[in-house]
Design a protein around this ligand. Structure first.
Ligand SMILES: [Zn+2]
Length: 445
């Protein structure tokens, strides 16, 4: 089916090109096979990748900037993103994740959020020849023309706004262009897949909202639509996902999510959810994490969990007794030492995920959200850093994906959704709807 569609598309392009260059009187006959010279000109995966604006919507590198004083000009040193890797992988834009660990930073969510945001600006300021802050779809295209990495930011976890629409607006002003409504922790206005089990969503022993979002939660979504901040549904509980899709005025993104049909993690999306994003016009950016793409890896990881949890608790206790702050990097080193014992899934596991999402949601609703620097290096074979991104294009083309399909998956779809979000924002700002009155969630329940 896909190959037939690709062939049709190819033929249409051939005719269009012929129509543009042919003398006016010549009619263009319908050909059953493209001319020889044209089939020889079919672009190679390397060319397709090199010509695309490649956009990754999730990297946790800011943790490294702040905690390890990491600089993108330094060698990877266990990470997956630096300038060399970005260049080799033709990465055009990265959405740096502004993620605040909710236990470590209790009471200081805004402070930590602001420090992480600043760290991205610091990188851009240090390396103006290599990286440029970007705040719009047009900015991404402009940075690409200048051969610079476009740096964008997405907040991962609505706890960063501390129940304040004012803070949400401040973050927008600082350049944040998406927010994941929740991380693995539930909020009093939205539920997380890390807390609410999709198989038992109304478990009375697990705190959750009645409808997936409270009235305040709906205000957050509306305000994001109005500002032009993409609503990211990665991590949220199924009910919160569907409630968000009912009320959002703009297309949503899943900045880093895989498919549950292939790997049964509550954090992954069901086929119904994938189809709902397609209807909404949004895009699902596929997560590369081994534990989300491969059932075999997930099962092995599950078996190991009690041991890992105990080691983390022990380390936290040790730091607490010494009066020191445990960093994300130290936590990751520990997790990594355990995860490294599990065999890596093959690259095909990731390609299967992209292929599944492209088949269920559609090739217009699929993209890449690596989760680089956020998964303790637990990535499929062959994907060690951003330098390996061209392997994805090669694998997709080997499965029959056309150059145009790959261009969409690599970044075209995200650009389309980003532009649509910007358009909806302009429309909402022009509407005469009264400004949302700030109310605390407890007043609205
Ligand atoms: Zn995440």
């Amino acid at each position: 089916m896909k190959a037939i569609l690709a062939a049709l598309l190819f033929l249409t392009t051939t005719q269009l090109l012929a129509a543009q260059t042919a003398p006016p009187k010549t009619t263009v006959p319908l050909k059953t096979s493209p001319p020889k010279s044209h089939s020889a000109a079919k672009p190679s995966p390397a060319t397709v990748h090199a010509q695309a604006i490649v956009i990754d919507t999730h990297a946790d590198t800011p943790q490294r900037f702040v905690d390890e004083n990491y600089d993108l000009a330094m060698p990877l040193n266990g990470g997956q993103l630096d300038f060399d890797a970005a260049k080799q992988g033709n990465l055009g834009a990265e959405f740096f994740s502004i993620w605040v660990e909710p236990d470590l930073w209790k009471g200081q969510y805004a402070k930590r959020t602001l420090e992480l945001i600043d760290s991205v600006y610091q990188q851009a300021a240090k390396h103006p020849d290599k990286m440029k802050m970007a705040f719009s779809a047009d900015d991404i295209v402009a940075a690409h023309r200048e051969h610079k990495l476009a740096a964008l930011m997405g907040i991962e976890g609505g706890h960063s706004i501390e129940n304040s629409l004012g803070l949400l607006r401040d973050y927008y002003k600082l350049g944040v262009r998406y927010m994941t409504l929740t991380w693995s922790n539930s909020l009093d206005w939205a539920d997380s897949s890390g807390v609410v089990d999709p198989k038992n969503p109304n478990d009375p022993n697990v705190p959750h909202t009645k409808e997936g979002l409270t009235e305040f939660g709906k205000d957050v979504v509306y305000e994001m639509n109005r500002l032009g901040m993409m609503v990211d549904i990665s991590h949220v509980a199924d009910k919160t996902f569907f409630r968000t899709l009912v009320i959002t005025r703009a297309p949503v993104i899943a900045s880093h999510s895989a498919a549950r049909a292939l790997c049964d993690a509550p954090r992954n999306m069901t086929d119904d959810m994938l189809r709902a994003v397609a209807i909404n016009g949004g895009v699902v950016q596929v997560n590369f994490y081994s534990g989300f793409i491969s059932q075999a890896y997930r099962d092995a990881s599950k078996a190991q969990k009690p041991e890992v949890d105990k080691a983390i608790a022990d380390l936290k206790e040790k730091y607490k007794s010494e009066g020191k702050q445990l960093t994300y990097g130290e936590l990751e080193t520990l997790q990594r030492s355990y995860a490294d014992k599990i065999p890596r899934p093959p690259l095909s596991a990731l390609i299967d995920q992209i292929d599944h999402i492209a088949k269920v949601a559609g090739v217009d609703h699929t993209g890449l959200g690596s989760d680089f620097d956020g998964v303790s290096g637990q990535l499929p074979e062959g994907i060690d850093s951003a330098a390996d991104l061209p392997k994805i294009t090669a694998a997709l083309m080997a499965r029959g994906y056309s150059a145009a399909d790959c261009d969409k998956i690599l970044g075209g779809n995200l650009l389309r959704v980003f532009r649509e979000v910007e358009k909806v924002s302009k429309q909402l700002q022009a509407e005469d709807r009264p400004r949302i009155v700030e109310k605390q969630p407890f007043e609205k329940k």
